[in-house]
Design a protein around this ligand. Sequence first.
Ligand SMILES: NC(=O)c1ccc[n+]([C@@H]2O[C@H](COP(=O)([O-])OP(=O)(O)OC[C@H]3O[C@@H](n4cnc5c(N)ncnc54)[C@H](OP(=O)(O)O)[C@@H]3O)[C@@H](O)[C@H]2O)c1
Length: 294
Amino acid sequence: MRISGVWNRADFLPEHEERGRAALLAAYDAGYTLFDHADIYGNRMCEEIHGRLLKESPDLRRRTIIATKCGIRWSGDPTPDAPHRYDFSRDYIVRSCEGSLTRLGVDAIDVYQLHRPDELMDPDEVCEAFLELQAAGKVRFFGVSNFRPDQVEMLQSSLPFPLAVNQVEVHLGRLACLEDGTLSQCIAEGISPLAWSPLGGGWLGDGGAPRENDPAAEQKRALLAEMDAVAEKHGCSRTIIALAWLMRHPSEIIPIVGSSNQERIRDAAKAAEVELSREDWYRLLIAARGRPLP
Ligand SMILES: NC(=O)c1ccc[n+]([C@@H]2O[C@H](COP(=O)([O-])OP(=O)(O)OC[C@H]3O[C@@H](n4cnc5c(N)ncnc54)[C@H](OP(=O)(O)O)[C@@H]3O)[C@@H](O)[C@H]2O)c1
């Protein structure tokens, strides 16, 4: 989401392209395989940057699971008075997918996700779009993002194949998915949870801090102190502890690392080698809740 550096095309410079490319190459070198995009990221420039890299180094495609998303429409599209909204109509899903394929320069998307639940979604119509894309060989697996368990169930009831992923916001600063049935549903249905903003957008990472005007700042600082203590015990960074905490969950959460800093990208990859004990996992959960368990 961040590899273009800027969202306004007029501000995009060759140095942004270079930084985005370098971030992608650092991730490939560190062994990352899943790359998460969306048609809207960087005003479509994120997919384009990755597409140019894949064109230049086609061998990388074999090492890439390309995930992307559709369904969010900006205000002003297609008419000036159109509001920011969600659109899971058949035509829009198919058209967005074709746009992503072109920008990425690939024949197929590996995991195609619906970005944010469209209140007007008709699951049968979504199914039609999915089947059309699947029959044309344009998408391998389908998933959703930010869906509640009941919304997953509704869509799944219209599909002849299982949804592969639900990409949700889950991290030590946001525990809702542990409590609202999202992760239990992932386990029960074999859906992979992808965690977006696994560092809460940065504040959970090393040197990060809550905003001064955050009403929960004091409790968040206590959580960071607990994370630092666990990190010291494991001889690793706090970032790694934040990611390892997610990966220890039995739903097999896949954190989507959001950094475009090469050093941080390399460091985060080490989370795969850290397994937290039950005690450390719960210590962090309790600090994240800000109150003891019942
Ligand atoms: N489905 C959805 O609705 C949705 C929503 C949001 C995001 N996403 C997906 O989730 C991915 C990750 O999201 P995210 O970028 O918010 O993830 P994140 O990993 O929580 O945050 C990354 C941000 O934190 C900064 N950061 C990392 N370590 C830091 C540290 N130690 N101190 C201070 N800042 C630090 C990074 O800056 P540097 O680049 O300088 O390291 C970057 O700006 C996105 O790329 C996108 O694919 C999906």
